[in-house]
Design a binder for this molecule. Structure first.
Ligand code: GUN
Ligand code: FE
Length: 457
């Protein structure tokens, strides 16, 4: 297929490349074979004569292609609780809302519609790759992997481990260390069996967080990840009460980061969610181990956990992606998370200076290229380059007809374009006021995985 029209992607943290009249050739394996700028179809056919028979998907109106979003941290079973957090903070929120809901996923009948809906929902917001936490239940975790595979969404799917009596309630806890490990291994083996190459779904070792796991469990999961060369995801330093609890539970460890480091859970394939209140030494340890950070600003504000110092992390060269962290976060949308990341950086800027602010370009970078690095897909997804795979979304903005408001404008979503805007203006309008109505088609590895009625092609 030749994709024809404007494409926008991030080439570096601060550089957004906008190519009007672009053309991208994608082969039957979903791999980008050419990227041309400033061409029409005749010129494409002249230059690439063996593509004359290829299907053409051409943009119409105020549209552009953008790389698919990468959600580096979310909880699929918490989807039904979206928006429910009241005035709780992390530990009371877990006990009040999260553990009761997650424990009900012992039932596949309960899990199935929620997981199906959530994967559809994240795809509809342009999320082409997602790092999911499931629950402690193997059948439901495997079902989530099945759904991602059949819908074609790239995913890391993790069976949650929680065996300790401190932050795992009696009704929702791994029975023994042995059963926790056996269940985690069973889910890893199942996910390998349905996608041996891991092109679409991959397993991820998932200790919930230090307060939910014994030291033996954390160590055993570190070993399990090593023996399977697997990714690891967990939470770190999200809330001050949580950090105090970790100090009590692991008195011999110097810090929260040290707990994970001592149990071999800090690797180049580790995704650490939140990472708000890290001291300098912890930051340096994380950097030295090559572990990655998932920034979840919507959740961090909802649970009043704090404002992560992302500019400081970027300046020291930490690798960062964005995470929706549903249902600590209130939206499955990474576009919303871009806004929240920008907003959080502005709250930090009040008092710390303008340099701390994240730009639109930087937020979009974290949502695409940054996320790709976090989930081990750098060079494969997150941008439009020869050799990368076509994980993309077609963004369609509204068009205000002559004379102002006209029928049809509101169907195109909330972004009104008046005609005088530069492409950069349009991207800003999309980031600040767009939503899933603007995301009219989504592809993963060249496969169309979501479309709305507005998509023709
Ligand atoms: N820490 C441990 N479990 C969770 C969870 O489900 N959500 C968030 N935000 N933090 C956690
Ligand atoms: Fe989380």
């Amino acid at each position: 297929t030749v994709y024809l029209g404007t494409f926008v992607h991030c080439v570096s943290l601060s550089d957004l490349e906008i190519s009007e009249k672009g053309a991208i050739g994608v082969d039957e394996n979903g791999v980008i074979q050419f990227v041309e700028k400033n061409v029409d179809l005749a010129q494409v056919h002249e230059k690439h004569s063996d593509w004359k028979e290829a299907k053409v998907t051409e943009l119409k109106g105020n549209s552009f292609f953008f790389p698919g979003f990468i959600d580096t941290h979310t909880h699929a079973p918490q989807h039904p609780n979206t928006g429910l957090f009241g005035k709780t903070t992390l530990l009371s929120w877990l006990e009040t809302y999260t553990f009761p809901t997650e424990s009900s996923f012992s039932s596949l009948e309960k899990a199935s519609p929620i997981y199906t809906n959530f994967v559809s929902r994240t795809l509809s917001h342009g999320t082409t790759t997602c790092a999911y936490y499931a629950t402690i239940h193997v059948p439901a975790t495997n079902l989530l992997a099945d759904i991602c595979l059949s819908r074609g969404q790239r995913a890391l799917v993790g069976r949650v481990c929680m065996n300790s009596h401190s932050m795992s309630p009696d009704y929702y806890r791994d029975a023994t260390l042995e059963s926790a490990l056996a269940d985690s291994k069973a889910s890893i083996d199942y996910i390998h069996s349905i996608d041996p190459q891991g092109d679409i779904v991959r397993p991820i070792v998932t200790p919930r967080f230090a307060p939910s796991c014994t030291a033996e469990c954390l160590s055993a999961l570190g070993d399990l990840a090593k023996s399977h060369d697997a990714f690891i995801q967990t939470h770190i330093s999200e809330n001050l009460g949580e950090i105090e609890l970790v100090k009590e539970l692991f008195p011999k460890s110097e810090s929260y980061t040290a707990v994970y480091d001592e149990t071999n859970l800090l690797t180049e394939k580790t995704i650490l969610a939140h990472a708000i209140h890290l001291d300098q030494k912890e930051r340096e340890t994380i950097k030295a181990r090559g572990a990655k950070i998932s920034h979840c600003p919507a959740s961090n504000t909802a649970l009043t956990s704090g404002c992560a110092p992302i500019r400081e992390y970027l300046d020291m060269g930490l690798t960062i992606g964005l995470g929706t962290d549903v249902s600590g976060g209130f939206s499955p949308s990474i576009l919303e998370e871009c806004r929240q990341a920008i907003w959080t950086s502005r709250f930090r800027a009040m008092g710390n200076g303008d340099d701390v602010k994240l730009s639109t370009q930087e937020a979009l970078y974290l949502a695409t290229r940054g996320g790709a690095k976090v989930v081990g897909l750098e060079g494969k997804v997150g941008g439009f380059e020869v050799g990368m795979e076509w994980d993309a979304q077609m963004i369609c903005l509204g068009e205000v007809a002559e004379g102002g408001e006209k029928e049809g404008v509101f169907e195109s979503g909330p972004v009104d374009v008046w005609g005088w805007e530069s492409m950069e203006d349009r991207v800003n309008k999309w980031v600040y006021s767009g939503d899933d109505r603007n995301c009219v088609a989504v592809w993963v590895r060249g496969r169309l995985v979501h479309k709305t009625a507005k998509f023709q092609g």
